[in-house]
Design a protein around this ligand. Structure first.
Ligand code: ADP
Length: 226
């Protein structure tokens, strides 16, 4: 699994690096004179840079989590506000690829959270929803709260997960057979990180899925009582 991981990380770096190289070369040679296409090129550069940045941040954070060295800075935050902010950021990232994000969030819900960590966990779920979306481009995000728990769910209509593999998805480096077979790149650390972040918040992550029809990942977190 370790050597698979190194190969996977190298692959993940290669994709944004290749687009950065191609775009910068085209810009350097003055091959993009049209102002509209110039703007598109800068957007693409910015997306590739963001992707690299998140990859490095995830890898470093993952190491720190593994060694127990991550310090969470908890404070009272509005989970609804955090979810809306992350979704809007993510929308910009994927709308060019035709993804439609449907957000079902209203009101405010106070929770104790490290907003950066929580945002990264949600981003990972959204990123997976897009990555494993198959032919569908619809992603739904819900925030629901009962008395003591708030649940944040991300639903896709993608490739789904074989039932016998669902329990292992949250183990580090684990990747399901159907994802590998479809040639979808990944490092297998995203969900392990989401599970760690959820646990650090006194919560948990769970999944419901139908093979070939899609998956819903739900993060449950305790609500802060005034
Ligand atoms: P990866 O970098 O491989 O995406 P993750 O830890 O985020 O790593 O996910 C682990 C595995 O769980 C993935 O390789 C994939 O097999 C499966 N998986 C995660 N999210 C989804 C999803 N939304 N739909 C289908 N499979 C998923």
């Amino acid at each position: 699994m370790q050597s698979d991981f190194v190969a996977a990380v190298s692959h993940e770096f290669r994709t944004p690096l290749t687009s950065m190289r191609l775009i910068t070369e085209a810009l350097e040679d003055g091959r993009i004179p049209d102002p509209g296409r110039l703007t598109d090129s800068y957007h693409a550069l910015s997306r590739a840079t963001g992707r690299l940045q998140r990859l490095v941040d995830d890898l470093l954070d993952f190491r720190r989590m593994e060694s127990g060295a991550v310090e969470y800075r908890m404070k009272v935050v509005d989970a609804a506000d955090t979810v809306r902010k992350v979704v809007e950021e993510f929308r910009k990232e994927v709308e060019d690829r035709g993804f439609r994000l449907h957000v079902h969030v209203d009101g405010a819900v106070r929770i104790q959270a490290d907003e950066g960590a929580l945002s990264r966990a949600l981003w990972n779920l959204l990123d997976n929803a897009a990555k494993y979306s198959g032919d569908s481009h619809d992603i739904d995000v819900w925030l629901e709260h009962g008395g003591t728990q708030v649940e944040v769910s991300v639903k896709d209509r993608g490739i789904g997960i074989p039932p016998e593999e669902r329990a292992q998805l949250f183990d580090r480096f684990y990747r399901a057979e159907n994802a590998k077979r479809a040639g979808i790149q990944g490092t297998g650390i995203g969900l392990a990180m989401v599970a760690q972040i959820a646990a650090a918040h006194g919560g948990k992550i769970s999944v419901m899925s139908e093979l070939g029809r899609g998956s819903t990942f739900t993060m449950s977190l305790p609500v802060e009582h005034a």
